[in-house]
Every structure is written in C-alpha cells, then in structure tokens.
Design a protein around this ligand. Sequence first.
Ligand SMILES: Cc1ncc(COP(=O)(O)O)c(C=O)c1O
Length: 371
Amino acid sequence: MVDLKGQYKHIQNEVDEAVIKVIREANFINGSDVALFSDELSAYLDGAHVIPCANGTDALQIAMMALDLRPGDEVIVPAFTYVATTEVIGLLNLKPVMVDVDPDTFNVTVDQIRKAITPKTKAIVPVHLFGQCANMEPILDLAKEKGLYVIEDTAQAIGAHFTFSDGTTRKAGTMGHIGCTSFFPSKNLGCYGDGGAVYTTDEMLAAKIKMIANHGQVKKYVHKYIGVNSRLDTIQAAILRIKLRHLNNYSFARNTAAEKYDELLKGINGLVTPIRQHNSTHVFHQYTLKIANGKRDALKQHLEAHGIPAMIYYPVPLHEQEAYKSIGEVVGDLSVTYNLCASVLSLPMHTELTDAQQQFISDTIHSFYKL
Ligand SMILES: Cc1ncc(COP(=O)(O)O)c(C=O)c1O
C-alpha cells in the first residue's frame, strides 16, 4: 500500500545525517529540532500555532482536554472514520454522537451534524477523510450559530486546503478551533515512528495545549492543569523537518498517481473512482474506490491473488464496535456508512508508484470485470 523504503532512498543522506546528529548530541527529548519543526510546520500552515505531540490520537485527546469538555458532553463525529477519533471521546467520558457521511466524498455533512445537535452538544469533529477537506464553510457557520467547538481531525489531510465562498483559502486543520494530525509512518507527512501535532490559531489556547501536552505544567514542578506526557521525539522531529520540505512534492506525486488511476479505471460499470469535493484540494492519503453489486470482496481477493495489496478502510461502522455500543449514540439510519463499509476498497497509493505498477493494477482490475 505504501513504499516507505523507496521514499527514504531519495532523502537517505539528509535523514541519516540528521538522526546521527541527534544521537551524537544526545538531545532526545525536546531537542532543538522539535521547536524548529514546530516553527516550520507553523509557517507551512500560514502561521497557525503547532504543538507537536506523541501521536495523532493524543493530539485529539489533548484538544478535547484543552477545550474543557466534561463527562457527559456530546461530541458529534462521523460513524465512518478511524477508531481514534471516537476512542478519545470515550476515554474522556464524553459521549460520541455518530452521524452519517456524504456518499461521494465520505466526509461528514452539515445536514447530518445539524440533526444531531442537542443542548448537551459541545463539539463537532469533522474528519478530513482520505485526504480532502469536509465541506467546512457551512459546518463552521453552524458551529458559530450554536456556540460549538470544531476540532478538525486532519490526520489524513495534511497539505490539503479549502476555499471559502469569499475566495480565501485555509489549510486543513486551521479552520476550526483546533486541528489534530498524525505523523504515523504511512501518513502523507510520516515520521519513522509515532508522532502527532495539535494546531490552533488562538494564542491563549496554544499556550494551554502546550501545557496539557507536558503534564499540565506552567514551568518545572508547577502544574496548572491535569495533563498528559505526550512529546514528539527529537529524532522524529529531525526527520519530519526534512520530509516537510518535500511535502508539496509528495502531494503532487499522489495527485499525479490519482489522475492516472482515474484515467486507467474509467468506464468500468460498477466501479466508482474518487469524487473530489469542489472547494477542497485532495492530497490522496488514500485512493478509495466504491465497488457496487457486492463484488468488493471478490475484487480484493482477485487483486491479492495477483500480488496487489488492497485495503478496506473501514469495514465496520464505529457504532457497531463492541467498545462503542454502550457509550455512543447514533443519529439516523447511517445507511451511507453501512453502504461504504460494504463497498469501499483502497488501492496502493504513495509517492513512489510507477506507471508500470499502476498499469498492472489497472489491468488486473479490468481482468476481474471480464471474468
Ligand atoms: C482519521 C485519523 N484520526 C486519528 C488517527 C490517529 O493517529 P495516530 O495513529 O498517530 O495515533 C489516525 C491514524 O491512523 C487517523 O487516520
């Protein structure tokens, strides 16, 4: 699905040198690369504050702690997403309220969110799934009208941007009150271990987030909040500084590969290639097909029989997971979510895909439909 070794080869000298430098200086925790990476990512995000942390799941937890969400508060999340989004809501004894998503973009919609709002609702977590932004403008308007926090889960969409109706553009993760991202190795900006970050454009909130990520500490042995110990290792920060310089090229390579897949796979009856949200760019964390007529699992097997990995993100709606059955609430019938869980299939998507690989993948898919 990804080719991390191939990607590493292009930056091997720089990465090796940076990692060895950290080891030689023994600056493993909060070394200078952490602050430098935070500043550089902040510049990339047009000035939003960036607080690095240990992983994307922690980023979401820290965000909810910083917004003072309290047990029983309701947080609206899409039912079709990775578990981490809902997990931290459960962990903090908040109530996940799961809503359906758009059948074309797979992202949460303002109409679904509106139906789920109650007097206990405190926050909305739009997830920019697979690499393109949810339709944020109406979501932000609704949140403002109802006085709700917006926490963007942008683990899969670093580098994407959204264009508002007045023509202004904002990067994914910098539109709501807080944005949360992951640097898991296979992410578009991935490190060589675990990593994550919290973003906000609010200076006061940034200061609080920074404290919460570091034991709630104002300074050594002075603890203002109950916090967590969630740090980005210096080695990971040093690697991310190098990879951040290539991020736009990585997004370009993913878009080029996506367009090639679109072209190779067009016209197959019962196979839908990814539909783009008109006001968002797409960074193709995943290239996800919809396979109709109950053929998804057979196509997956056919690809695997030819040595091609294909993954189902996500096979089970979150409210069906044992852990969330008793604590979550569902709004509506979630028919789109059920349908997507039964029909989505993600193809290999990364920065190193070759034309020959894509041609082989496409030929194998075409051969399945001719069987
Ligand atoms: C949508 C989404 N949110 C949150 C996360 C959690 O990130 P991490 O694995 O770094 O904890 C992920 C990672 O897979 C994700 O895809």
